[in-house]
Design a protein around this ligand. Sequence first.
Ligand SMILES: NCc1[nH]cc(CCC(=O)O)c1CC(=O)O
Length: 340
Amino acid sequence: MAPTSSSDAPRLRIATRESPLAMWQAEHVAESLKNRGFQTVIVPLVSKGDTDMRPIDGTRQVGLFTKRIQQALVDDEADVAVHSLKDLPTEPDNRFALAAVPPRESVLDALVFADNSPHWNASSSASGSGSPLACLPQGSRVGTGSTRRLAQLKQLRPDLEVLPIRGNVQTRLAKLNAGEFDAIVLAHAGILRLEMTRLPHQLFPLDEMLPAPGQGALGIEVRSDNPNALRAVSRLNDAAARLAATAERKVLSELHGGCLAPIACHAHLDTSDQGTELCLNAIVMSADGNERLQEQARVAVTPDDADLEVAAAHQLGTLVADRLRANGADHLIRTVRDDS
Ligand SMILES: NCc1[nH]cc(CCC(=O)O)c1CC(=O)O
């Protein structure tokens, strides 16, 4: 019997950072490709975002995590680049194609407590929908490197001392357990992927902590002149995840012209008898969290026409960004763009 073409084809080389989360993500993509008959090999790389432990300041660059991996595509060291979508800059770069946004993981943020934390109460958190901040006494120290998380924490609890923290998930947990913080904020997606669900943690509801654009989603890039990799990787795309991420990232790209304030947004598909709508919720804050602009909008999507859907997602993102700008988004305090 003739072998299938994919087993004859050269292995797809998957570039990833070396942190455990990045490695998990690359292995997940390798597994998904394997399930579809493609052979893969993982190429681990070191990126600046993992080694640079300085607190975030004005000199930090956008795309720290993703540039090294993209370079591996350019240098033909790899065929496939796996990113956390929220780390991937929105500025278009036609050397690369976003071949897939796979099904999305949890978009939520979590408040994580130290192993021996006196503030953590498993039973109150298990009961669900309350604020995780209810556990934290006045003046507690919360670690986050994200201006988006800082601004929302300060809005909810001006008394909290929000302190910078850097490093990968394991490094952050070590600092938490060493007593530097009473709690830290991490993406729920990371906790799930690293199988750390036994960590003492409680999820923020969306109305307390809106995620970063693309949070919980992977973005898989290939070189735009590599049709074989594009064809293979595009099989991993999830239309709903791509659509939501497209609208969220549109808000970010539209506002970057005049606004470097913390931005959070979340889009999802809402299906009813009336049909399917893409819903988008976005906020822009001042760096200290004292000012906040919020906009929500929805648009009908036609699930059978991919091009129309993408156009609708762009339109929705642009609409929400325009409204935010009309309400003064540009005038919010300019601040550092960060990695979350
Ligand atoms: N900023 C780094 C980063 N990039 C993606 C994730 C988590 C996974 C995801 O959101 O998809 C994290 C860690 C975190 O924010 O806690």
